[in-house]
Ligand binder design. Structure first.
Ligand code: AQP
Length: 330
């Protein structure tokens, strides 16, 4: 089965990225044939950004993925901009994507509202580039967090429409959204997802922050005026912590509720802090050595891009032929 997912080189990766996406990438190396992961630097140019910072972030994200357990000989890991087939396919599939479809995307509505100087056309067509990322590899499965559900649905619709219009060419992919931890919420505003660009630092756990910072943020996470460690109406903060603890310890949410029956929020939050510190320890420990070797990371990314181009070129040739563009085949 072909597995593909992309991750942006924006800022420091947080616990939501890890639980919703990165841990799934690591697990999917077993099942993927191949498992393909792209650091999508072109997506990161759709909002205001600093070019030098983008390069730094690219290495930070690459090193984070490697430290989390991606192994270059068990997956294909590459930088999106090294594989021009993604941008070509974006244009080609735009022929079967309605302007109205893009207009409905909630991420565009959210992010366009955050832009101060310019709402770029790139931000509007972001979901098309994401669809091209996925479709270029005839992907069967896309591991993502819940916030990407709408984009994957659009990708499926584009593949279906392309096949109806031009003949069976593209694979309609499924998403793989984790049962627990699909939407990790902000620790201070638990009605909103933990996010790179929105909210205060106190609301998000960075993968590479110190143990002390992690413990402190979880100890001051917003709960509610009640006492019970249970999920339920008005208990979004507690429910979020239950989900985090369940993932970090490998327990079910029911088991977590049973474990903390009768305990106070203080003890519970302390236990969540310890579990997250332990859960993230391997990433934190492996990161510095990997991050120090930029040349090594460039070698990994170059080898990944070469393999990715081979795979994407096959799809692109089929798409061009089906659409009647370019030199006729054979
Ligand atoms: N809070 C979350 N819970 C679970 N999964 C999440 N993801 C993001 N936030 C959560 C998943 O992480 C993957 C990478 O996301 P990205 O490439 O969009 O990276 P980003 O922009 O740095 O992440 P954010 O936090 O989502 O940024 P904002 O909020 O600024 O747009 C995806 O699979 C995503 O589902």
């Amino acid at each position: 089965m072909r597995i593909f997912s992309g991750i942006q080189p924006t800022g420091r990766k947080h616990l939501g990225n890890y639980i919703g996406a990165i841990r799934q990438y690591v697990e999917s190396q077993e099942r993927g044939d191949p498992a393909i992961f792209s650091i999508v630097d072109l997506h990161a140019t759709t909002v205001a950004y600093d070019p030098a910072q983008l390069r730094t972030n690219l290495y930070d994200t690459t090193a984070t993925l490697l430290a989390a357990g991606l192994e270059p000989d068990r997956c294909v890991l590459f930088r999106q901009s090294d594989v021009p087939e993604h941008t070509e396919l974006t244009w080609l599939i735009s022929a079967v994507c309605a302007h109205g479809d893009l207009n409905r995307m909630t991420q565009f509505k959210d992010k366009s509202g955050q832009q101060k100087d310019l709402v770029s056309a790139g931000l509007f067509i972001y979901p098309l580039l994401m669809a091209a990322d996925v479709l270029a590899y005839r992907t069967d499965e896309v591991p993502v967090g819940d916030d990407q559900r709408q984009h994957i649905e659009l990708t499926r619709e584009i593949a279906r429409r392309f096949n109806e219009r031009f003949g069976e060419t593209l694979v309609v992919p499924d998403h793989r959204i984790p049962a627990i931890g699909a939407r990790i919420m902000d620790l201070q505003e638990p009605n909103r997802k933990m996010s790179t660009s929105v909210g205060a630092d106190s609301g998000r756990i960075y993968l590479l922050e110190t143990e002390k910072e992690t413990r402190k943020k979880l100890a001051s996470a917003v709960t509610d005026s009640g006492r019970e460690v249970r999920r339920g109406e008005g208990k979004e903060g507690v429910a979020n912590l239950i989900g985090i603890y369940a993932v970090a310890t490998g327990k079910t949410e029911d088991e977590v509720e049973a474990e903390f029956e009768g305990a106070g929020y203080g003890d519970f939050k302390k236990a969540v802090g310890e579990s997250v510190v332990e859960y993230l320890a391997p990433v934190r420990e492996r990161y510095p050595e990997i991050r120090a070797d930029e040349a090594g990371m460039e070698r990994i990314l170059a080898a990944g891009a070469a393999r990715a181009r081979e795979l994407a070129a096959v799809t692109l040739a089929a798409v061009r032929a089906a659409m009647g563009v370019g030199v006729p085949r054979g």
